[in-house]
Design a protein around this ligand. Structure first.
Ligand SMILES: [Zn+2]
Length: 306
């Protein structure tokens, strides 16, 4: 009986593989999100928002060798709207959040492969150390393969002081008008300084809701970027574009898996906790990408205005 079951299982598996090979693959697009880049021993440890330059370079080389095309934000939005085709069978977009000065370490690597990349900055509090200054931001914006876009004006991110908290009356002195200003003013300043149109926004900490989406479209944004992980597909939602954060503790094999399934991987926790079942045994809820992002950012000099 066992033998028959195994045989049936084998036939079903073979049929399923044949079916998956026969079906044309639906084009899908993953957006990879990086933050800080570390050169040598200097800088933050590898984790949700930091990666070593050598590992980053190795990931870019992999994308190049595997024939991945890289997309600008307009190309991403056109693909999701269904009006543009992907330029290659495999495509990604490469994003850098917050405008960290160390993100400039990525530039020669990106140039080596002629990769496109998008930098999201917050001009009200994220200019000057530890972030890029205006001359550095402008130099990136002048490169035809790179673009600089809006990450709000001051990047509200602390617990109890996010755009969502403001909207729901949980932050004294902050409300819908201040949220509107964060969205509109960032666009205005970037367009004035960099002299290019700014139609896209990435949410600080990836936090958003329907009201914030409405405020952002009122402010003139035509595409909104989250840190909800996963692939973007044709005829998807340009107001909820998925992006997958790359945890700098992930090794090359984990990176390949992330490219294959679009899922965020919590490699820094795995590296720190050799006994994998420990948290489940204690009944803790597993951490999400966002939790990790917050833990890693906590206590750091996030912005001059905090
Ligand atoms: Zn950010």
């Amino acid at each position: 009986m066992l033998h028959v079951r195994c045989l049936l299982a084998g036939i079903l598996a073979a049929l399923s593989i044949a079916a998956s090979q026969a079906a044309p693959a639906e084009p899908r697009l993953e957006i990879l999100v990086y933050h800080e880049i570390r050169d040598g021993a200097q800088g933050p440890a590898d984790g949700p928002t930091a990666i070593s330059l050598s590992r980053f370079a190795s990931q870019m080389r992999y994308l190049h060798e595997r024939g991945y095309a890289t997309l600008s934000t307009a190309e991403v939005v056109d693909f999701i709207k269904g009006v543009g085709a992907l330029p290659a069978a495999k495509a990604v977009a490469i994003h850098f959040d917050d405008g960290w000065k160390s993100a400039q370490l990525a530039l020669p690597v990106l140039e080596r492969y002629r990769f496109k990349a998008t930098f999201w900055i917050f001009p009200g509090a994220g200019i000057g150390w530890p972030y890029m200054d205006w001359a550095e931001v402008s130099a990136i914006a002048r490169n035809p393969r790179f673009e600089v876009l809006s990450h709000t004006m001051t990047h509200p991110w602390k617990d109890g002081d996010t755009l969502l908290d403001w909207l729901h009356g949980r932050t004294p002195g902050k409300g819908v008008e201040q949220a509107r200003w964060e969205l509109a003013e960032s666009r205005r300043v970037l367009e004035q300084k960099l002299r290019h149109p700014v139609h896209y926004l990435a949410w600080p900490r990836g936090l958003y809701d329907d009201t914030l989406i409405r405020l952002a479209t009122d402010a003139g944004y035509a595409g909104l970027f989250t840190i909800d992980d996963g692939f973007n597909e044709r005829n998807g939602d340009v107001l909820r574009i998925r992006r997958t954060m790359i945890n700098g503790a992930c090794d090359d094999l984990a990176f390949v898996r992330i490219l294959a399934d679009g899922k965020y991987r919590d490699c820094s926790a795995a590296a720190k906790r050799p006994q994998d079942g420990e948290d489940q045994a204690r009944g803790r809820t597993p951490r999400t990408a966002l939790d990790l992002c917050l833990a890693s950012s906590a206590g750091r000099r996030y912005s001059a205005n905090d």
